[in-house]
Design a protein around this ligand. Structure first.
Ligand code: SAH
Length: 255
């Protein structure tokens, strides 16, 4: 039977899902609370990883070693890098790269030493499931521009939220200046968004041979306004996205 892990970095990103897990068995390992139970009739383990690559890698490893999960999902928020990745949009990851990995001149910049890899791919089938769920939710207008506007997301008022798929960058930096965001875009023009955990989870899942998929809602544009936008978004909107998209995701799944 499939046992799916659902991971977010921060409570705000997963609050509505965690509320549904209130009756689940709680296990405390490495300072994290793992909720083991059923979500929409499916066996899951839900956990907050905390922020950053090391915290995410530790959490992913515990999920794989202690909880025997067979698939891993990450849901959270990210800063938009590509012009089309606007606040309120959803990016489904096809691959991850650590933008702060640089062992040059010993290894090419971004390559994880001894892996011969800089890009870690997500699982195609699981990613397709997640993308379909996100598209369905956004198209249904459940989280449309007026909803976002009602939550105070001014940037979102003029466009219908969209789903994108592609490369997401991870690093141990909250990207919050236009200068840094532009540097990343110039160095890695195909990158859609930037966050702080996904590439670490992707690498751990690669090591264990377990399918991984991830989605990120754009909370900010990784620019000079990023901090204010991020705080508003996580407080008001982020967990609605995760809850709605996961509910949709499970309606398509065989039990
Ligand atoms: N709670 C702290 C730090 C949040 S770090 C604060 O209030 O500032 C930002 C979190 O959201 C990380 O988990 C990261 O994955 C994601 N994220 C959102 N926007 C980001 C950005 N512009 N740069 C990097 N990470 C971002």
């Amino acid at each position: 039977m499939t046992r799916l892990a659902i991971v977010s970095a921060m409570h705000e990103e997963l609050a509505a899902v965690l509320a549904l897990m209130a009756g689940a068995q709680q296990h405390r390992v490495a300072g994290r609370e793992f909720a083991v139970g059923k979500l929409h009739g499916h066996e899951v383990v839900v956990v907050l990883s905390r922020i950053g690559k090391v915290a995410a890698a530790t959490t992913a490893t515990v999920l794989l070693e202690r909880f025997g999960i067979s698939q891993m999902l990450f849901t959270g928020v990210a800063g938009g890098l590509a012009a089309q990745a606007r606040v309120g949009d959803v990016v489904v990851a096809t691959e991850f790269l650590q933008h702060d990995m640089d062992a040059a001149p010993l290894f090419p910049t971004y390559e994880v030493p001894l892996y011969g890899l800089s890009h870690f791919k997500t699982d195609a089938a699981l990613t397709a499931e997640l993308e379909l769920a996100a598209e369905t939710v956004l198209q249904r207008g459940l989280l449309d521009a007026s909803t976002l506007h009602a939550f105070g997301m001014q940037q979102a008022q003029t466009h219908q939220a969209q789903t994108h798929r592609g490369l997401i960058l991870s690093g141990d930096r909250f990207v919050s200046t236009r200068a840094e965001s532009q540097r990343l875009q110039q160095a890695l023009p195909e990158a859609l968004a930037v966050e702080m955990e996904g590439a670490a989870v992707a690498q751990v899942c690669h090591d264990f041979g377990v399918p991984f998929a991830a989605l990120r809602t754009i909370s900010d544009r990784a620019d000079d306004d990023a901090h204010a936008d991020f705080l508003k978004f996580v407080e008001r909107v982020a967990s609605r996205y995760s809850a709605a998209i996961l509910a949709q995701f499970f309606t398509h799944r065989a039990r």
